[in-house]
Design a protein around this ligand. Structure first.
Ligand code: IP8
Length: 265
């Protein structure tokens, strides 16, 4: 039987307090762990973002520019350590809700070239899925064959994993309802677009904002760019607001949910 997992990303803006350095939103993490458990999804790969753990340190040491100075190397260690701390809250909550979560550290199994995934050890993830485990990855500081190191976003991981494992769908749990006609955080009259094709997105039919927070990997605009290769592989992507209760549950369970579906068209 072919495994077609769902690849779910939990945004750093949801699982951390982006205004307070290295502060986890433990209530949101617990709630989301419960939603994942309740959905009883069979095959799941979970990826989470960096939020106020990874991004401020990566920015402080200019890690996304690559290696230019020996003083950055400790920044690599610190960024990875911060991400392991955030990850431990996620794993802990999942296991407490009886989800068979197991961490897969990107810094140990991915090498990028100029910021793009070049090699990734995927066999353990495949075996984990077959064993009924839920691999949990995250945006991380990784080694880069051209630039020394780079910051690998959770979104690039999502796209790459979805393509490799021929995912049934991608769910992106962010802090907005989906793609809107304007930035919903600054324009209350913004309308949600519930369905959009890749062609419409490429034709720049909608203005999509980059991130205004301390986000070294590009916000919503960066997310959509990363998802394009997976959507082009006929894997639908569903953007939902994970800060609102039960949206992630509904998305995982295949129920009707407020959000944006992006399909190849
Ligand atoms: O929050 C970046 O992952 P993202 C993680 O998914 C780091 O963009 C280490 C900044």
């Amino acid at each position: 039987m072919k495994i077609k997992p769902i690849v779910l990303k939990l945004g750093g803006s949801v699982i951390t307090d982006k205004n307070k350095v290295a502060t986890a939103n433990k209530d949101a993490i617990k709630r989301l762990a419960n939603e994942i458990a309740q959905s009883k999804v069979t095959y799941l790969i979970l990826v989470h973002g960096g939020g106020s753990f990874g991004h401020p340190i990566a920015k402080k040491y200019n890690l996304s520019e690559g290696y230019t100075n020996p003083s950055q190397v400790i920044g690599f260690s610190e960024t990875h350590l911060a991400m392991t701390k955030l990850n431990s809250f996620v794993i802990d909550a999942l296991i407490k809700h009886n989800v068979n979560a197991v961490v897969v550290q990107p810094s140990s199994c991915v090498v990028t070239k100029a910021g793009r995934i070049k090699r990734m050890e995927l066999k353990p993830i495949n075996r984990m899925l077959k064993m009924g485990l839920v691999p949990v990855l995250y945006g991380d500081a990784v080694l880069d064959s051209e630039n020394g190191f780079s910051i690998l976003s959770g979104d690039q991981l999502v796209s790459s994993l979805a393509i490799h494992f021929d995912a049934s769908k991608i769910i992106i749990g962010g802090d907005v309802d989906g793609i809107c006609t304007a930035d919903p955080k600054s324009s209350p009259s913004a309308n949600l677009i519930s369905y959009v094709t890749l062609e419409e997105l490429k034709a720049k039919k909608y203005e999509i904002e980059g991130s205004k927070a301390t986000d070294v990997t590009g916000g919503m605009l960066g997310k959509i760019h990363e998802l394009i290769p997976a959507i082009a592989h006929n894997i639908p992507a569903l953007l939902v607001n994970a800060s609102k209760p039960w949206r992630v549950y509904e998305a995982l369970s295949g129920e009707e949910v407020i959000g944006t579906i992006i399909e190849c068209g």
